[in-house]
Write a protein that binds this ligand. Structure first.
Ligand code: KIV
Length: 271
């Protein structure tokens, strides 16, 4: 019997896309049905982001998210995705203590959840952790610019790299992350021209979110794209639908049919 298996996107394919100037599409997902849908839509990378904390678990920020939260949601996404590369986002304090701790937790994403790569936030300060993880054979995606796990240090969700000192630091961090072995780099909330310079200086693909049109790829949060999460909307978010309104309207219709006793009707009953 011939079993048809979809070919999975790999980190090598992503590098080839950069070389071919073919834009890379990344989106977040946090569960089995959303992973199935975005995979069927043909995205290249699914990020199980720690934005989970805000858009799924209802926290104010990403800081309370645990390894157990991330592993459970990453495993569900892996079960739903056949083609996309699945990246597990390492939560706050799962990699900052030591390179050994970082490797142990990165390994859990691969062994327990079935992820194909991990992502972690930071520049120079996380190089040892990245080297340790990459040396163990685990692909790492970097993340610089606005790093939400450091909001208390940064002083809020603000654009990074607007002054010369910050821009120089971001350019340097990007190079160091590439040299440490990252296969790709998220640039969050940085001016478009700076993102362009960084993108052109690297051989690994950059994936932008609020970083303008010149990155090698783009990422958005699933709940933002679909208009499910509406508590706030950063400038860079484009809503492609308003599912929040559509869900409320459908559930209202169901509730009123139950109250009016028009549901279930004959069609939806065993006679
Ligand atoms: O957690 C997340 O969703 C992210 C993306 C916004 C890049 O880190």
């Amino acid at each position: 019997m011939e079993v048809f298996k979809v070919k999975r996107i790999t980190v090598v394919d992503l590098k080839k896309k950069k070389e071919a100037k073919e834009p890379i599409v990344m989106i977040t997902a946090y569960d089995y049905p959303s992973a199935q849908m975005v995979d069927e839509a043909g995205v290249d990378i699914i990020l199980v982001g720690d934005s989970l904390g805000m858009v799924v678990l209802g926290y104010e920020n990403t800081l309370p998210v645990t390894m157990e939260d991330m592993l459970s949601h990453t495993a569900a996404v892996v079960r739903g995705a056949q083609r996309a590369l699945v990246v597990g986002d390492m939560p706050f304090m799962s990699y900052q203590i030591s390179p050994e701790q970082a490797l142990e937790n990165a390994g859990r994403f691969i062994k327990e959840a079935g992820a194909h790569a991990v992502k972690l936030e930071g520049g120079e300060e996380v190089l040892d952790a990245i080297r340790k993880i990459v040396d163990a054979g685990i692909p790492v995606m970097g993340h610089i610019g606005l790093t939400p796990q450091s909001i208390h240090r940064i002083g809020g969700y603000r654009v990074q790299g607007k002054n010369e000192e910050q821009a120089v630091r971001l350019k340097r961090d990007a190079k160091l992350l590439e040299e440490a072995g990252c296969f790709s780099l998220v640039l969050e909330a940085v001016p478009a021209q700076l993102a362009k310079e960084i993108t052109e200086s690297l051989s690994i693909p950059t994936i932008g979110i609020g970083a303008g049109p010149y990155c090698d790829g783009q990422v958005l949060v699933y709940h933002d794209v679909l208009g499910i999460f509406q508590e706030f909307k950063p400038k860079f978010v484009k809503r492609y639908d308003n599912l929040r309104e559509r869900v409320i309207s459908a559930v209202k219709k169901y509730a009123s049919e139950v109250r009016e006793r028009t549901f279930p009707d004959e069609e939806h009953s065993y006679l």
